[in-house]
Design a protein around this ligand. Structure first.
Ligand SMILES: [Zn+2]
Length: 94
């Protein structure tokens, strides 16, 4: 049975993030949340990159249609720049 990559961050267009590796996220895992669908891993500080596609390990945006008990159920997640950090571009409310 094929494994479904639920909640994996596949692409990111926040090119200034230290985890951005040719538009792929190389963070070990990603949390989304606070007051809007913000990527909590976004940083411009030096980081150690991971070679796997990270999962959304937690999402605090309960109004997102893909959020089930703080887990992300989107088939693939795209991050995009938003005023100096990255936001989840897959967020939707319906
Ligand atoms: Zn934002």
């Amino acid at each position: 049975m094929a494994k479904v990559l639920e909640g994996h961050v596949l692409t990111c267009s926040a090119l200034d993030c230290s985890y951005n590796d040719e538009r792929c996220c190389s963070a070990p895992n990603v949390e989304v949340g606070s007051d809007h669908p913000k990527c909590d891993m976004y940083t411009t500080a030096p980081v150690e990159r991971s070679s796997i596609e990270p999962m959304i390990s937690g999402c605090a945006i309960s109004e997102c249609a893909f959020n089930t008990s703080d887990d992300c159920r989107a088939a693939a997640v795209t991050m995009m720049p938003h005023s100096g950090h990255a936001d989840c571009g897959t967020f939707r409310t319906a």
